[in-house]
Design a protein around this ligand. Structure first.
Ligand SMILES: C[S@@+](CC[C@H](N)C(=O)[O-])C[C@H]1O[C@@H](n2cnc3c(N)ncnc32)[C@H](O)[C@@H]1O
Length: 235
């Protein structure tokens, strides 16, 4: 992000704070991840939730064979998320937004700025799911337009999708073995007469999964961004 954009998005204090952390290479964390962590921390303070931070799945006591293919927890970056959702030309009130691998709920809250019919998060780590439930109870926002937010604790591989149309959101949650099951499940549940969308946010944590999604026959790429690809469903 350019210096000018950083000022616009983070303000003077946020930009100086990030510059300081970069200068001293804080904990060896790559600068773009550091910068996103700070953006999310600011979001959390503003909205009375706790979604920031990176957590490895090994720290979460997950009891599922899918864990071996999961990436890690890291919440969606608010400005990247908004840039993506703004690319999708829909009447939100007809659509259900579903975040597959929803963690502490960051994307659910960011999606609530749009007037979706409902917003659902599916997360297999019980510890993260409990934080998401707490966050749903505590979330405060003057720009919220959807209040129907539900968090479900379960495995993406066997999730039963509600009636569409959907905007499905995947923020680099897992690798190809789980994607194969998830893609079959989606294809079985999708109805051809409803135009659904899929957003794939690629944090570089499962590069082969990003390629796999691009190759799915029921999806057509409609937008390619720096980190995000958006697809529409084709019959
Ligand atoms: C990078 S985080 C994204 C969090 C959230 N989508 C967001 O953008 O704020 C990926 C999440 O996917 C979850 N995950 C990984 N494999 C999963 C699976 N098989 N079923 C459900 N959740 C899974 C992880 O526990 C983690 O919380």
């Amino acid at each position: 992000m350019s210096f000018r954009n950083s000022l616009r998005v983070r303000g003077v204090i946020g930009t100086l704070h990030l510059g300081f952390l970069r200068l001293f290479n804080f904990s060896g964390t790559p600068p773009h991840i550091l910068s996103r962590m700070l953006d999310l921390r600011r979001y959390d303070c503003k909205h009375n939730v706790e979604t920031a931070g990176l957590i490895e799945l090994d720290q979460l006591g997950i009891d599922s064979s899918s864990k071996a293919y999961g990436t890690r927890y890291g919440g969606a970056t608010p400005w990247l998320f908004k840039d993506s959702l703004d690319q999708i030309p829909i009447d939100h009130k007809n659509y259900t937004f579903i975040d597959i691998g929803s963690g502490k709920g960051a994307a659910l809250f960011q999606a609530s700025d749009y007037p979706f019919k409902q917003i659902i998060g599916v997360e297999f780590a019980q510890a993260l799911h409990e934080v998401a439930l707490r966050n749903i109870a505590n979330f405060r926002s003057k720009t919220q337009r959807c209040k129907n937010i539900t968090a479900i604790c379960g495995d993406a591989a066997v999730y039963k999708y509600p009636t569409g149309p959907w905007v499905l959101f995947f923020n680099s949650p897992f690798g190809v073995p789980i994607w194969k099951l998830v893609a079959e499940n989606i294809a079985r549940s999708a109805r051809g007469d409803q135009k659904s969308y899929l957003i794939y946010m690629n944090y570089g944590w499962a590069p082969e999964a990003a390629e796999f999604v691009e190759g799915l026959s029921f999806l057509k790429l409609i937008y390619r961004g720096d980190t995000t690809n958006i697809f529409e469903f084709v019959p």
